[in-house]
Write a protein that binds this ligand. Structure first.
Ligand code: ATP
Ligand code: MG
Ligand code: MG
Ligand code: MG
Length: 465
C-alpha cells in the first residue's frame, strides 16, 4: 500500500517534533511582508527572526506551509512536478543546528522514515561549499559521484532581491538508477526530481546588493509534499497522487469522461483544473477575492483558466462547475489548513459568482465567433485576436470551435496582431520574477481598470490553455 499524502505530512512533522522542533501552523498565503505578493515558501513567516528583527520563541520549529508560486503557472501540467499551489514541509533552525545537523536530519528522515532507497538519492551543493560536500561524503557517506556542485541559480537561495539568503544543498530522487552516474544530469527531468532543499541562511542581501553576514546562522528547508507523494506513490507526476487526483476525477466525471481514456491535451486540462482549483480555494479562504489588481487578479486569472479548461474537457454549459471541484479540495484541506472548511460557503459562493461572470463574457465572444464562422472563410488573425483580447478567448479555444466546423484560423495573423499589441504596451518586455515585489499588481494596473475584458496581452497565463 502506497503512503498517502496525509501520512507523508504526518511523518515529516512527527520526525522533527520528536527531535525537539516546535510545530507551528502554516501562515497565510497573504504575507505580512511588502516585498512579496504571496507566500512562496515556508521561510517567509520567519524572515524577521532570520534578520534578527524579532526575537525567536523557539530554537527550531517545523511547519507545513501552503505556498503559491505564480512564476510556475506555465509549468502546470507541462512539467510533472510544478504547481501554482503546493504544500512545503519545512524544518527551521534559528542559530541552533547548522549544516551538519540539517544534512544529517534530512538523510535520516529520507532513508528511514519514508524510506527512500539511499542509492537513489543524489545531492547538489553550492559550487564552493566544500563544507557541505564533506558532510555528505564523510559524515553521511554519500559517494562522491552522487554529489554534484551547482551554481548560483540552483544552489543559492533567496526569497527576493533583498533579505535573508545563503547557499543551499538539495536532495534529488533518481527514477532511473540503472543509467548509472556516468554523464548524469540533475536537470534531466525524466530521470531526476528535486524534492528537498536545505538552505543555510547566512547573509542578508541589502538593497545595494551586498551580502551582510547574519548574526545567527540559520537553517531553512522546504520539501515539496506533492513531489514526495509522486515518488512514494510511484506516480508519473504530482497530479496523479492522492493529493490532487480526486479533483481531477471529479472534473472528469462532471464532463462524463474517464481520465484514463483522455488524450494528452485533455489530461493537461485536467491537471490545470486540479492545480488551479486548489490555489483558488486557499487564496479565497485567506481573504483574496477576484478583482483586476494585485492578488485579486491572480485569483481571477487562475479561476478563469479553470473555466476554460473545463470547457475544453467538455463540462456541461449553464451550470457552475468550479465549486463542485472545489468541494473536494475543501474536504481534503484540514491537514494543511483547518480554516478552509470554516470558510467553505464563502469560498464556493465567490467561485460561483466569478465563474458565472466569466461565462457571460465567454458566451458573448462565442456568439460573435458563431457569426464569423457563419460568414464562411477562415477566421482572420485580427478577429482571433479581438476574441482573445476582448472576450478572453485563448487562441486554442477559437481553434477548437472553428475546427468543429471545419474552418481554419489564421494563426500567423493572430500572432502578428498579438505582437503589435505587445509593442504598444509599455511593460511587456521586462523579464521579471513574478514572485517578487508587486510585479503582477503593477501589470494588472496597466490592464483595463474597470470591467475585465479579457487577458492583457502581456499576461501570458492563457498562452498554453
Ligand atoms: P524547481 O527547481 O523544481 O523549480 P525550486 O528549486 O524552485 O524547484 P525551492 O525554491 O528550492 O524549489 O523550493 C523547495 C521545494 O519546494 C522544492 O525542492 C520542491 O520540492 C518544492 N517546490 C518548489 N516549487 C514547487 C512547485 N512549483 N510545485 C510543487 N513543489 C514545488
Ligand atoms: Mg522553481
Ligand atoms: Mg531547483
Ligand atoms: Mg530548489
Amino acid at each position: 500500500e502506497a503512503m498517502s499524502g496525509a501520512e507523508i505530512r504526518r511523518r515529516f512533522i512527527d520526525f522533527y517534533v520528536s527531535r525537539g522542533h516546535k510545530q507551528l501552523p502554516s501562515s497565510s498565503l497573504v504575507p505580512d511582508d511588502p516585498t512579496v505578493l504571496l507566500t512562496i515558501a515556508g521561510m517567509l513567516q520567519f524572515k524577521p527572526i532570520f534578520l534578527g528583527q524579532e526575537k525567536k520563541k523557539y530554537d527550531c520549529c517545523t511547519t507545513t506551509q501552503k505556498c503559491v508560486r505564480t512564476n510556475d503557472i506555465e509549468n502546470v501540467g507541462v512539467t510533472a512536478r510544478h504547481h501554482t499551489f503546493f504544500e512545503m514541509l519545512g524544518n527551521f533552525s534559528f542559530g541552533d543546528y547548522f549544516k551538519k545537523g540539517a544534512i544529517r536530519y534530512a538523510w535520516e528522515l529520507c532513508t528511514t522514515v519514508f524510506p527512500l532507497d539511499p542509492q537513489r538519492i543524489w545531492v547538489s551543493v553550492f559550487e564552493d561549499d566544500d563544507e557541505s560536500f564533506e558532510i555528505w561524503e564523510k559524515v553521511v557517506g554519500v559517494p562522491r559521484e552522487r554529489i554534484v556542485r551547482m551554481g548560483e541559480k540552483d544552489n543559492f537561495w533567496s526569497s527576493g532581491p533583498t533579505g535573508p539568503c545563503g547557499p543551499c544543498t538539495e536532495l534529488y530522487y533518481d527514477f532511473k538508477p540503472e543509467l548509472g552516474p556516468e554523464g548524469a544530469d540533475l536537470e534531466d527531468d525524466d530521470r531526476f526530481i528535486e524534492f528537498y532543499n536545505l538552505v543555510f541562511m547566512q547573509y542578508n542581501r541589502t538593497a545595494s546588493g551586498e551580502l551582510e553576514p547574519l548574526e545567527a546562522k540559520c537553517v531553512d528547508t522546504g520539501m515539496g509534499l506533492e513531489r514526495m507523494a509522486q515518488i512514494l506513490q510511484g506516480k508519473p507526476n504530482n497530479y496523479e497522487t492522492d493529493l490532487i487526483f480526486p479533483l481531477i476525477e471529479k472534473a472528469c466525471s462532471l464532463a462524463g469522461k474517464r481520465y484514463s481514456d483522455l488524450d494528452e491535451r485533455s489530461r493537461q486540462a485536467c491537471k490545470v483544473i486540479g492545480d488551479h482549483t486548489r490555489a483558488v480555494v486557499y487564496l479565497i479562504s485567506d481573504g483574496v477575492t477576484p478583482s483586476n489588481i494585485g492578488r485579486g487578479y491572480i485569483v481571477r486569472r487562475l479561476l478563469r483558466r479553470v473555466v476554460l479548461k473545463g470547457r475544453l474537457l467538455g463540462v456541461p454549459r449553464g451550470e457552475t462547475f468550479t465549486p463542485e471541484v472545489a468541494k473536494i479540495a475543501v474536504e481534503m484541506s484540514p491537514g494543511c489548513d483547518p480554516e478552509v472548511r470554516q470558510n467553505e460557503q464563502r469560498v464556493l459562493a465567490e467561485m460561483a459568482r466569478e465563474e458565472q461572470r466569466f461565462c457571460k463574457t465567454l458566451d458573448r465572444g462565442e456568439a460573435i465567433l458563431e457569426d464569423l464562422l457563419a460568414a464562411g472563410g477562415e477566421v482572420s488573425g485580427a478577429d482571433a485576436f479581438m476574441l482573445y483580447d476582448t472576450y478572453g478567448f485563448p487562441l486554442e479555444i477559437t481553434q477548437e470551435l472553428a475546427w468543429e466546423r471545419g474552418v481554419a484560423v489564421d494563426v500567423a495573423g493572430f500572432e502578428t496582431a498579438m505582437e503589435e499589441a505587445r509593442l504598444l504596451s509599455r511593460s511587456a518586455h521586462e523579464q521579471v520574477d513574478m514572485t517578487l515585489n508587486d510585479y503582477e499588481g503593477d501589470l494588472a494596473k496597466s490592464v483595463q481598470p474597470t470591467e475585465f475584458c479579457g487577458y492583457g496581452d502581456n499576461l501570458r497565463c492563457d498562452a498554453t490553455i
